[in-house]
Design a protein around this ligand. Structure first.
Ligand SMILES: C[S@@+](CC[C@H](N)C(=O)[O-])C[C@H]1O[C@@H](n2cnc3c(N)ncnc32)[C@H](O)[C@@H]1O
Length: 242
């Protein structure tokens, strides 16, 4: 049982929130670029939001893994209806898949490593899954996230911590929708630790990418809506090359 088992529907719904739909997803898919013919592994796929998007972008093979049985059951149920050809797996990536992927994507997964050892193991698994010159794109908690309680409320969530900002420190993510709310515990990892762990795992380059908002989304929601997120994003985008 994991803290995510009951949250699959909730995570599907977050994909419709304006900041995910009009900023995070277009930015991440833009960073990924052309996926035609690519073999993609999504690590920590949750309800399958990105697995479906990546498949829709023409990836030749999409394998999506998650340790949460509830998330994978939901993603597989959607796959049965939609028949997109995505392979969902609950649990660790089988050893036979080592070296099979051009790209590994991990959206909001590194924050759930609770120790440096777990973080390192995740990055090593990723490195081993990639072909030579493969890429790893990951969204950890941004080193400059705001800990003001309501800073991200307009986006449908809060991110709070009552502890000093240090490696492995717990951060509470509360997703709010109407009167309902649900919280999960994530972990903060500093930029220095993330870079060190990724380089130790073997990645030759680690670049930080910026979120951006299209002119159309800026006009639709207004500058005031986007200001807080763009000034202090809650997630960073790491683009690593094997
Ligand atoms: C915050 S959710 C994000 C889900 C999805 N990536 C998205 O963007 O909607 C984090 C997911 O990562 C999964 N997860 C965390 N650590 C993992 C690990 N070591 N291996 C596989 N899945 C993991 C959790 O079970 C959860 O479904």
């Amino acid at each position: 049982m994991t803290q995510f088992d009951e949250l699959a529907r909730r995570y599907d719904d977050t994909a419709e929130l304006p900041w995910r739909k009009h900023m995070e997803m277009p930015t991440v898919l833009g960073v990924l670029g052309d996926l035609a013919e690519a073999a993609v592994l999504e690590l920590g796929c949750g309800s399958g939001v990105y697995a479906r998007a990546v498949r829709g972008r023409g990836a030749a093979r999409v394998v999506a893994v998650d340790e949460s049985e509830g998330m994978i059951a939901h993603a597989k149920a959607r796959e049965r209806d939609e028949q997109l050809g995505i392979e969902y797996l609950c649990g660790p990536l089988p050893g036979a898949e080592k070296g099979n992927f051009d790209l590994v994507l991990a959206v909001y997964v590194l924050p759930y490593a609770t120790t440096v050892q777990e973080l390192t193991a995740l990055c090593e698994t990723t490195f081993a899954a990639l072909r030579p010159q493969g890429r790893f794109v990951a969204l950890p908690i941004h080193p400059q996230w705001s800990d003001e309680t309501d800073y991200y409320l307009r986006y449908g969530f809060q991110l709070t911590s009552d502890q000093p900002r240090e490696d492995g420190g717990p951060v509470t993510l509360t997703i709010r929708s109407g009167d309902s709310e649900v919280s999960v515990t994530a972990r903060y990892w500093s930029a220095a630790t993330l870079e060190e762990v990724l380089r130790t795992a073997g990645f030759g380059s680690v670049e930080w990418r910026q979120h951006s908002v299209s002119p159309a989304a800026m006009a639709e929601y207004g500058e005031e809506y986007w200001h807080n997120y763009l000034a202090r994003p809650h997630a960073a985008i790491l683009d690593c090359q094997k």
